[in-house]
Design a protein around this ligand. Structure first.
Ligand SMILES: [Zn+2]
Length: 163
């Protein structure tokens, strides 16, 4: 970030106690912390918790997890329930936070959750999703996009004992 997002003035670096060197706008007299998006990524489990929902989206061939951006003012748990309903037409029961990872390609902090769907019918899926299917956990691990953030989230969840 080189310029102030409010007034467009050139930022300088100033020392902020407990934070270090932070971009500062001399015109606004305000620190300008780095801006990034926050999104949720979901390991959606079938009601019996024995299958994982994988989807294909935007014409891409690889299977990924359901994900979506958090709205300003919205908590992450609400975003999980809203996104799964909007994209898949499914109601989420239990949910559990797993871990986060920054995704540089889209400047987004991804928060990974596990959540359990209350039904497994995929008829309510939006047209934004090309394809969706439930896979037994071992098969989902084989099918998910290799070397992707979604794969790392799924593998870490398996390794952690599938909370
Ligand atoms: Zn400014």
């Amino acid at each position: 970030m080189k310029y102030c997002m409010e007034c467009g003035a050139k930022l300088e670096e100033r020392f902020l106690e407990n934070e270090g060197m932070i971009p500062y706008c001399p015109a606004c007299q305000a620190f300008r912390f780095p801006v990034f998006s926050t999104a949720v990524s979901m390991i959606v489990l079938s009601p019996g918790r024995d299958r994982v929902l994988l989807i294909k989206q935007y014409g891409r061939p690889a299977y990924i997890l359901v994900a979506g951006y958090i709205n300003k003012g919205e908590d992450a748990e609400h975003a999980v329930r809203r996104e799964v309903r909007e994209e898949m037409g499914l109601t989420v029961g239990q949910l559990h936070y797993n871990r986060s990872e920054y995704f540089p390609n889209t400047n987004t902090l991804m928060l990974n959750f596990t959540c359990v769907a209350e039904e497994d019918c995929l008829d309510g899926m939006t047209a934004e999703v090309d394809e969706a299917a439930w896979y037994p956990i071992e098969e989902a691990r084989r099918r998910i996009k290799p070397d992707s953030l979604a794969q790392r989230f799924l593998e870490d969840w398996v390794r952690a004992g599938q909370n």
